[in-house]
Design a protein around this ligand. Sequence first.
Ligand code: 5GP
Ligand code: MG
Ligand code: MG
Length: 175
Amino acid sequence: MITVNNKNFIPFISAEAIQTRIDELAGQINQEYAGKQPLIVVVLNGAFIFAADLVKRLTISCEITFIRVASYSATESSGTLKQILGLNDSIEGRDLIIIEDIVDTGLTISDVCNQLNAQKPASLAIATLLFKPAALKKQLDLNYVGFEIENRFVLGYGLDYDGLGRNTPDILVLE
Ligand code: 5GP
Ligand code: MG
Ligand code: MG
């Protein structure tokens, strides 16, 4: 258990289970993008560890870039319009794979996808480590999902609570 700002978080998904699942996702991506050269777009900050572990297992040729979408405070999603920061690459005609930490309401990722699609990529896929189907407010096509989880607040493995707790190898859940 770890305590962050007086909140207790208990074990939820082990480091081992995460790594096993990422192996599977990487295998799928390697197959489906064989012969292509996707541009991997990592959504900072939360996805940084997931992305690092995933791309180490990719055997295809790929480029990797990073964007930020500031939108979330404490334990509830703001639902406000998101701004993409840091995308300097031309994405027209590219095969994009967006890497997210978690899809909760889906508002963030659908906003991001709409903005990216406006720049006419050849294709756009979403890879998210975690997905909370019960919280979803937007119709979304998620191509690669690590784990579907219940609608509870999680932390660790890149995900924070008020900026803290990103640095655990496993995922914990609010007690
Ligand atoms: P959405 O727009 O899908 O509601 O929220 C997406 C963002 O909210 C995620 O990228 C993540 O930063 C944050 N978020 C949603 N649920 C959780 C959660 O359970 N734990 C943490 N740490 N962040 C979350
Ligand atoms: Mg995120
Ligand atoms: Mg956060």
